[in-house]
Ligand binder design. Structure first.
Ligand SMILES: C=C(O[C@@H]1C=C(C(=O)O)C=C[C@H]1O)C(=O)O
Length: 323
């Protein structure tokens, strides 16, 4: 089963599993895994949703012998990553880790956690699914693509750079977001002669903010999936050159990213939307793994990068409802 809520909406939707249509699909970061949800999208009232009482003890698998990357080890690795960035003259490389939340014998109310996330992040795409023994929840507002089927308008955004909401931008964040903007612009110009690009502005997400630039273009419907496959993974979650950075990520991260930093495709009557799957966690019977990362540059401070991942983990952690 799957439940989700669109940005700036109050409505919760599910898929009825009554046909072989796939209106919602989750793509893993490396695109080796796709999880499809079948049927038609239908609305469910908050009351009906809340009655379902999904708790973590319903989940079938336990997380076994998990080795968590703690602050000293993570920072040591980031020192190596910064050297690698300098040697290879990269503008940025996005590195992630998994933060462990051990339930210590308690249970999590997953339904309430989903509702808490909906309330805390009105601008986010929020989801919760349990399928084939897997359970994921996530809430974030980064859009990889929004295609209007009637007008063929395609929108996307460059979102990167992270600081606490009450701090001021430095050149580090500005230089971290610019390659994302340039990359997106370069991809879009292959598909459209006219690119509408906004000013760069603040995008607030809970306790932190990011730099954001919006893009609008007219495209041919038949190019949509090609554009998405060229955009993903953008340097907001990977780096450039794309394939070189994907390999570097595989080398530095000892875990699989699974669905983290992948994307979610949602098709409705009027739109096909693609949401970047960040601020997300995989839930087990006894624990959860929260996936968090950040763009590393030659100017990164390893301690600040650690703190950034801690702040990003808070997005999920502070909305978890214990029973
Ligand atoms: C990689 C993540 O977030 C992405 C990376 C950001 C950054 O490096 O500053 C900011 C927003 C997201 O595009 C994450 O949340 O794990």
């Amino acid at each position: 089963m799957l439940y989700f809520r669109f940005p700036f909406s109050e409505k919760i939707y599910t898929t009825d599993e009554n046909s072989d249509k796939n209106p919602v699909s989750f793509f893993s970061f490396d695109q080796s895994e796709v999880i499809d949800f079948e049927g038609d999208i239908e609305e469910i009232t908050i009351e009906d949703f809340a009655k379902q009482h999904y708790n973590s003890d319903l989940l079938s698998s336990n997380l076994m012998e998990f080795w968590e990357e703690k602050q000293p080890k993570y920072q040591e690795k980031l020192v190596e990553v910064i050297d690698f960035i300098k040697i290879n003259d990269l503008s940025k490389l996005v590195i992630s880790r998994r933060k462990l939340l051990n339930f210590n014998g308690s249970k999590i109310n997953l339904s309430e956690t989903f509702l808490n996330l909906c309330e805390a992040y009105p601008n986010a795409f929020v989801y919760f699914f349990i399928k084939d023994g897997k359970c994921w929840l996530g809430a974030f507002s980064e859009v990889l693509g929004k295609f209007n089927k009637k007008t063929s308008q395609f929108e996307t955004m460059s979102l990167a750079g992270t600081i606490p909401v009450n701090e001021d931008w430095t050149s580090k964040e500005i230089e971290e977001q610019q390659p994302v903007t340039d990359f997106i612009h370069d991809v879009l110009k292959e598909f459209s002669e006219e690119i509408e690009q906004s000013e760069t502005y603040d995008h607030i997400s809970g306790n932190i903010k990011h730099l954001r630039t919006d893009f609008k273009v007219k495209i041919k419907a038949e190019n949509l999936e090609k554009i998405i496959s060229e955009l993903h993974p953008t340097p907001a979650v990977c780096g450039i050159p794309k394939d070189f950075c994907k390999n570097a990520i595989r080398q530095f991260e000892k875990h699989s990213r699974n669905l983290y930093a992948g994307y979610i495709r949602v098709e409705t009557e009027d739109y096909i939307q693609y949401f970047v799957n960040l601020r997300c966690a995989e839930f087990f019977k006894n624990a959860a793994l929260i996936y968090v990362g950040g763009g590393i540059t030659a100017d990164s401070s390893v301690e600040k990068e650690w703190n950034e991942t801690e702040l990003k983990a808070e997005a999920i952690l502070k909305n978890i409802a214990f029973t």
